[in-house]
Design a protein around this ligand. Structure first.
Ligand code: HEC
Length: 279
């Protein structure tokens, strides 16, 4: 046999061995799959699964001085939001001043939280109540699982959202955020009303199908001002439980009458702007 043929045959044997090794079904592949799913690449456009995201980090014990949702001090297991978002910013090469983050919850609540706020060191995404017998206290388990965003902040701070039952999150570019819900006008009142609506209402209500789905859509196809008596809308916003027992809409006591008026002006303006994504 010629030398080159022997070389070729040896190479062939090695090649076959290599192929066999890689396809051997008895080989433990679970470890490999695990690493892959942990490092699954996220993209700036797509929604990220909360469990996949959190599986990348070690959980720590978190002491919350006053938890706004359960109204007492709490100890949880979770990950600091600064850790999560600074790592995603590096990975996705994001300019942190240009983006916000929308959290998607099981009940349709979907608040948008400023990325800069998430980079402060007092927020945590938690997955277990350390003091509970099970993962969560029995009465709030259905609500809080799989994850809850909690802040260690003073009692009088109203600038933070506490979404629970978080299943996904997504980066959203400030410049294009809610572009269909934004009033296309230079008039002052609808613009100011929209700023308030974005801050207080859009996490639960959509306009032109942009926003949360916990409460009803308020513009498309029919605007709320086209089928509710105008004064009643304002009264409802001011005190929902004076209309409906057990309403899921909270009373937003911090809103003044003048602010409710502005929100109303915005809603009314939107009768002239009915556009949705697939139109
Ligand atoms: C935490 C979620 C949440 C927030 C925040 C919220 N709402 Fe609601 N809203 C609801 C839900 C849920 C309903 C459905 C009716 C109910 O449960 O009584 C509702 C109902 C309404 C209705 C009556 C519509 C109908 O036909 O039922 C109006 C108008 C309304 N909301 C306006 C607002 C405005 C304006 C804001 C902001 C100032 C706001 N809501 C903030 C959840 C919310």
């Amino acid at each position: 046999m010629k030398m080159t043929t022997i070389k070729q045959m040896t190479l062939l044997v090695f090649f076959c061995l290599w192929v066999w090794c890689c396809t051997d079904s008895n080989k433990p592949t679970e470890g490999v799959a695990n690493i892959e799913s942990k490092q699954k690449a996220f993209t700036i456009e797509a929604k990220m699964d909360i469990d996949t995201l959190l599986s990348r980090f070690d959980k720590e014990v978190v002491h919350i001085g006053y938890d706004f949702e359960v109204k007492k001090a709490k100890i949880y297991l979770g990950v600091n939001s600064h850790k999560i978002f600074s790592s995603l910013i590096r990975e996705l090469n994001i300019d942190s001043s240009k983006y916000d983050v929308t959290f998607f919850c099981k009940d349709g609540y979907s608040p948008t939280v400023s990325l800069l706020q998430l980079l402060e060191r007092n927020g945590y995404i938690v997955t277990k109540d350390v003091e509970a017998k099970d993962v969560w206290e029995e009465d709030i388990k259905a609500k809080f699982a799989p994850a809850y965003l909690v802040w260690d902040i003073p009692k009088n701070d109203h600038k933070h959202a506490f979404p629970y039952g978080i299943v996904q999150l997504q980066f959203i570019e400030k410049a294009t955020e809610y572009s269909l819900a934004k009033p296309r006008t230079t008039a002052k009142e609808p613009i100011e009303g929209f700023a308030l609506f974005k801050d207080k209402c859009i996490k639960c209500h959509s306009i032109n199908q942009e926003g949360g789905i916990m409460g009803p859509e308020l513009n498309y196809p029919k605007n709320i001002t086209e089928y509710w008596q105008l004064e009643q809308i304002k009264l409802f916003i001011k005190n929902p439980s004076s209309f409906r027992a057990n309403t899921k809409m909270p009373q937003l006591t911090e809103l003044t009458d003048a602010q409710i008026d502005l929100i109303f002006k915005y809603l009314q303006f939107m009768t002239t702007q009915k556009i949705v994504k697939n139109d």
